[in-house]
Structures are given as C-alpha cells and as structure tokens.
Design a protein around this ligand. Structure first.
Ligand code: NAD
Length: 261
C-alpha cells in the first residue's frame, strides 16, 4: 500500500506562525493541500500580506487571525474564530535566559502561559471539533528542552517538559478517536528566537558569532548543523499522514542527535 499525503479539505491552525518554525510548518501543510490559519499577537498589514503571500505560493486558502497566546480566552477564541480545526499545531513560544534567583517573575509567567498553557486552551476547544469532524491531528512543537535541560532556561525547560506531558495525556484521552497528538522536539533551528540569543552570548563569552554557533549553540547537536523549518514542517506533515495513524503520545526529535548523547 502506498501512502499519499493529501490534506486538501483540512484546515490547519498554527499558533505563532508569522515567523520561524510556525511559518515553515504552515507552508509545508499548505503545500500538502491544507487550508491555513496563521496567527500571532500582532495585527499588522504585514501579517495579512504574509497570509496573502502564502496563499499565492501554495494555492490554498490562508487566513490570518490575531490572538495573544498568553491569554486563555484569546487562545480559545482563536480556535472558535477559525471555525474548523482539523490540524492544530501548538507552536507559539518565547524564551528568556537567566538564573533562577534572578529570573523575572513576569517572564516566568509569560513563558509558562505562551509555551505551555496555550496548548491546553487551544486543544480544549479543538478536541470536540475534531471528534465531531471524525478526524484530527494535534502536533505540539516542544523542544530538545522538553526532554533534557540546560541551566538558565528554567521556565522554558519547565514549559517544554510540560508540553511533552500534555501531549501524552491528550493522546490517551483521544486514543479511541481518529485523533492523534504528538510532540516534535527540535534541536536548534536558526530562527529569530535563536538569532536573538547570539549577541548576548557573544558578549557573555567574548566570542565571535561563528564560535558562538559552533561551540555554544551547536555544542550539544552532534550533527553540527541547525535543523531547518522545512524539516520540522515535513515531520508535521508526516504526522498528519495515514502512515502516522497509530503514532500518538510520542515525541519526534529533529535535533541532529542531541538527545542521543
Ligand atoms: P520565532 O520567534 O521565530 O517564532 C515564535 C512565534 O511565536 C512568532 O510567530 C511569534 O509572533 C509568536 N508568538 C510569540 N508570542 C506570542 C503570543 N503571545 N501570542 C501569539 N504568538 C506569539 O521562534 P521559533 O524558533 O520559530 O519558535 C517556534 C517554536 O519552536 C517555539 O515554541 C520554540 O520554543 C520552538 N523551538 C524552537 C527552536 C529553535 O531552535 N528555533 C528549537 C526548539 C523549539
């Protein structure tokens, strides 16, 4: 039996998708035929132009819906406004780096809300819609930091471990439904969230950009290569395929061997 991946007729909602991995995932899902809902907290002409450009590139229907993933009611409203949600990709995320005694409380709260709790809120609305539609896929973008830890990233590591736990519970609660839930755990992908960390790290270690990339960022990534947004998107498309029908409650690492160490 040959497995073909045709997502036409499905609607995919990707949180935090006006840049980086979220946008890369949206484009791969669109290329597989899914209609797309892009999201972020902003509501600019550029956001809407981006939706039009993804539609032009791929030929599917693309909408942009503003919603702040740090707010429970807006997470829930995003899925309601989408009207359909066959594929939910919980991707929105932020980072802050500081030791625990100095970690700002508002940063802790924001990271837990955006990186973890938003996936609970969107899933809570999407699950009944998927059950009614008779098909659904939830893909949570966790991280290698959902499986391992690094110092100074307490909130991020806690949130991403939480997302992996939520993924397992969601899979168990939907095990008898034609719905799956999995997490993708990328290692380092060169997106704005990572690029923002480079200047501070250069200053902290008095290193060049190249040294920071090779010896700090990719220190734990044995391939010594960044993963790409296209690769993460391709894995999301695989999880939406018939071949992945019995793949649920697990993690796929896209990390160049990081978690094998
Ligand atoms: P990014 O900064 O390019 O993208 C983050 C996205 O989240 C943006 O679209 C941003 O607008 C959105 N966002 C931030 N706060 C939001 C809010 N309150 N409401 C709605 N949207 C919000 O970073 P990225 O690297 O593409 O990260 C995407 C996800 O992938 C994150 O969850 C991140 O933790 C995870 N991840 C990234 C890497 C990496 O190396 N880049 C590795 C592992 C996991």
């Amino acid at each position: 039996m040959a497995f073909e991946i045709d997502l036409s007729g499905k609607t995919a909602v990707i949180t935090g998708s006006n840049s980086g991995i979220g946008l890369g995932v949206a484009i791969q899902l669109a290329k597989a035929g899914a209609d797309i809902v892009l999201n972020s907290f902003s509501d600019t002409p550029e956001d809407h132009a981006l939706a039009a450009s993804v539609a032009d590139q791929t030929g599917v229907n693309v909408r942009y819906i503003q919603a702040d993933m740090s707010k429970a009611d807006q997470c829930r409203a995003l899925i309601e406004k989408a009207g359909a949600c066959d594929i939910l990709v919980n991707n929105a995320g932020i980072q802050h780096v500081a030791g625990i005694p100095d970690f700002p409380v508002e940063k802790w709260d924001a990271i837990i809300a955006i990186n973890m709790s938003s996936a609970f809120h969107t899933s809570a609305i999407a699950m009944p819609m998927m059950r009614a539609a008779g098909w659904g896929r939830i893909v949570n973008i966790a991280s290698a930091h959902g499986l391992t830890a690094s110092p100074y990233k307490s909130a991020y590591v806690a949130a991403k471990h939480g997302v992996v736990g939520l993924t397992k519970v969601t899979a168990l609660e939907t095990a008898k439904d034609p719905i799956t839930c999995n997490a993708i755990c990328p290692g380092y992908v060169l997106t704005p969230i990572v690029e923002k960390q480079i200047p501070d790290t250069m200053k902290e270690y008095n290193m060049s950009k190249e040294d920071v990339i090779e010896n700090i960022l990719l220190a734990r990534q044995p391939s010594k290569e960044f993963a790409t947004v296209e690769q993460v998107g391709g894995n999301v498309v695989f999880l939406c395929s018939d071949a992945a029908e019995q793949v649920t409650g697990t993690t796929i690492s896209v990390d160049g061997g990081w978690t094998a160490l």
